[in-house]
Design a protein around this ligand. Sequence first.
Ligand code: ADP
Ligand code: ADP
Length: 230
Amino acid sequence: GRGLAVRDLVVHYRDDDGTTATAVDGLSLEVEPGEVLGLLGPSGSGKSSLLRAVAGLEPASSGSITWDGADLAGVPVHRRGFGLMFQDGQLFPHRDVAANVAFGLEMAGEPRARRRERVTELLELVGLGGFADRAVSTLSGGERQRVALARSLAPRPRLLLLDEPLSALDRALRERLAAEVREALTTTGTTAVFVTHDHDEAFAVADRIAVMDLGHLLQVARPVDLWHRP
Ligand code: ADP
Ligand code: ADP
């Protein structure tokens, strides 16, 4: 199959005293190319552990993770061709907006003229045209997350993994940014997994929603077909 396939994935953590906690408990899931999957569930349900395992930040205890059928076991984070975005966008505070967005392009060895062009295009996409030379320290929280989104999209990742990217923002801003994130992902045709504990956010962003609890998937459905427990 094309895209991402997670099969019977188990992620557990071992404590100092030797006991283990199972964060992801035999989970299977697919994400098709071009699709935005919302991963929805309460705190502690294993969303972040699943995402980190897909990213290569956390080893799988068992099961497999493949992209276009190729097993990712042992493939390091920077070789997976995936992008990452977190709640705290982790921008470089001493570099300006353009340099932050250009970071992945510099790593990939893109020539300077192409970097400039791509940075300009991405800043327009996230509504920050004219912000290229701004210092990161002068930006609002929402602007920072827009820069982080532009930065993660710039190298055209084959899969973008977003872990609660809006959770640090207030509700009104979250609603606006959720719509903007969806727009940016669909405009660029980016395949993505968007982790959130916020029901409305998942509905606003995702083509399909996977509902997680206690390390398991309860349901995977299009937002319009999603049934929810009272
Ligand atoms: P979510 O992202 O849905 O909040 P997590 O994947 O962060 O869920 O956590 C799932 C479970 O794994 C929780 O019980 C959590 O306490 C546990 N867990 C997460 N990270 C660690 C860790 N580094 N060490 C031990 N237990 C962890
Ligand atoms: P450099 O000397 O490599 O251009 P800068 O810190 O000036 O270093 O820029 C960092 C990155 O941001 C570069 O990849 C550059 O192409 C890009 N960049 C700089 N200024 C702009 C701008 N005004 N618009 C778009 N991209 C820019």
